[in-house]
Design a binder for this molecule. Structure first.
Ligand code: ADP
Ligand code: MG
Length: 220
């Protein structure tokens, strides 16, 4: 379902060229559970951002469900992302002035789903992360673990087949972190393809398939 062929990503900063990805080849099948580990600065986030269609490679090809997504317009990429990919960040990226319910609703507003259906799906999404009693809370009124559960509910509300998480427990205590991993793994058991970047060896080793990346190259 995800196929990366000889992906390179350069960043030009002043005189410096950073070679963040250096010929990455990777295939991930439907329903897989993959962890990505590697030192800081090794290219993990760059890789996941490209898979998420949040960034474009400098060279190489990316096929998503057999379709080349390397040469698409921004509108087309946004549509493909919306229909296929959920993303969870280390720092949650919720909108501070919106309530938990409104944050979860946002992707459906962008997708043009009608209000009645949105309300129903928000209710289901809140229940699925056990936060029905926090619908009207704003991000500043929630704990880290709760924020990440809301972020997962938002990522999943359009029912994407792929869920990508960049250090989803990096900003949480170990207990909340494990709850988040349990939730992500439950989604994977339900069939969602899951790719998690983590620094935490204990978390990384839970994945059925583990990828090690060093200096922009997959080494293992
Ligand atoms: P990781 O997530 O493994 O810590 P990243 O993928 O964030 O690593 O970064 C890989 C390398 O690319 C680093 O050297 C980083 O400084 C560089 N880099 C990442 N994003 C940018 C950017 N937008 N502009 C310039 N350099 C970047
Ligand atoms: Mg990173």
């Amino acid at each position: 379902m995800i196929q990366l062929l000889d992906i390179h990503r350069f960043f030009q900063v002043g005189e410096q060229t950073v070679h963040a990805l250096n010929g990455v080849n990777l295939s991930v099948e439907h329903g897989e559970y993959v962890s990505v580990m590697g030192p800081s600065g090794s290219g993990k986030s760059t890789l996941l951002n490209i898979v998420a269609l949040l960034d474009q490679p400098s060279s190489g090809r990316y096929f998503l469900n057999g379709k080349d997504v390397t040469q698409q317009s921004d509108d087309e990429l946004a549509r493909i992302r919306r229909d296929n990919i959920g993303f969870v960040f280390q720092f949650f990226h919720l909108i501070p002035r919106l309530t938990a319910a409104e944050n979860i609703e946002m992707p459906m507003i962008l997708a043009g789903i009608d209000s009645k259906q949105r309300k129903q799906k928000v209710g289901q999404a809140l229940a699925s992360v056990s936060l029905s009693d926090r619908a009207e809370h704003r991000p500043s009124q929630l704990s880290g673990g709760q924020l990440q559960r809301i972020a997962i509910a938002r990522a999943m509300v359009m029912q994407p087949a792929i869920l990508l998480a960049d250090e989803p427990t990096g900003n949480l205590d170990s207990k909340s972190g494990l709850e988040i991993i349990d939730l992500l793994e439950e989604l994977n058991r339900q069939g969602v393809t899951l790719i998690i970047i983590t620094h935490d060896r204990n978390i990384g080793e839970r994945a059925k398939r583990r990828i090690q990346i060093i200096d922009g190259v997959i080494v293992d």
